[in-house]
Design a protein around this ligand. Sequence first.
Ligand code: WQD
Length: 337
Amino acid sequence: MKKTILITWWTGYIWSHWVVAFEQAWYKTVIIDNLSNSSISTLDWIEKILWYKPDFFEVDLRDIESMDTIFNKYNFDWVVHFAWLKAVGESCDKPLEYFDNNIVWSLKLFELMNKYDVKNIIFSSSATVYDSTNFVNWKGVLENGITWNTTNPYWTTKYLLEQILMDLSKFSWFKVMNLRYFNPIWAHNSGYLWEDPFGIPNNLLPYIMKVANGELKQLQIFGSDYDTIDGTWVRDYIDVVDLIDGHLKAYEKISGTEWFFKVYNLWVGKWVSVLEMLKESEQVTWKNIDYKLVDRRPGDVAQVFCDPSKALNELWWNSETSLENSLMNSWKFYSSK
Ligand code: WQD
């Protein structure tokens, strides 16, 4: 009997990658997405890979009645929770919207899970819960390096959700797999699944790709006075295929074990600056990508470097996709638009 996994979504196309990976690993997925930042046509693209469409409901997490009906219809084994707002800069402009969406409505989900005795959750957390003060001899931040000293509302919501899930694991027998990572970048190697948010992208890579294919004119680089190799900010970019592999390995590791709260850093362990990402993209796309150096973006978190050895040793997980390969997959889509 296939395990049934609910995937809650809110922020765009990336759930399509999870669905393909989990379905190909013989799990049954059920998706809820309010389509605020993605299109229903994504299911057609998934069908080109799987030869069938997974169960999908255009439902908002806040529609408690519909969510209850879905929980009542399926006997979920797990929930993979992604339904929140996720732009660091935007969260500084709309803190209350982020607290409402990310905290209040995640709590409603946890209440439903408790009601239907679905207590296994893979929580896609974030390395924004760390900060640069957690460095240990530059080996990188270990999983216990969490800090409450948040610098943007998005970070605060992730920190609080982790604390809530930790208590649910202690007092309500939830099994929580808490995965921390920073910057997922993605496009499926089939060329069918990609990241193409509505309107002006918040994230760096879709913005760069839209300048490369002519949809946008110029990239604004937020800050060029950081203490980095070229003054622009650095991040650890992880290809979504490696990220999902980490989720699958985490799931396989913990399904069937006792309740707990487990944390793993899913990291490439390689810093890439904004200018380096732009130059790599020019080499892959053979396009000149115009840019302008502007002021720092409010809420941009400090450069954080994680130590991925725990995931390596306990999950036998390592990131294997090169940045060039991720960029080539992205360009496969953006150049065909
Ligand atoms: C990357 C770098 C920007 C756009 C990500 C995820 C978020 C969370 C935290 C997991 C930054 C710079 C960007 C632009 C730029 N992940 N930039 N011009 O802010 O690191 O957030 O990690 O929880 O969900 O999105 O990602 O891609 O917005 O920015 O200069 O037009 O690129 O300042 O240094 P960020 P990003």
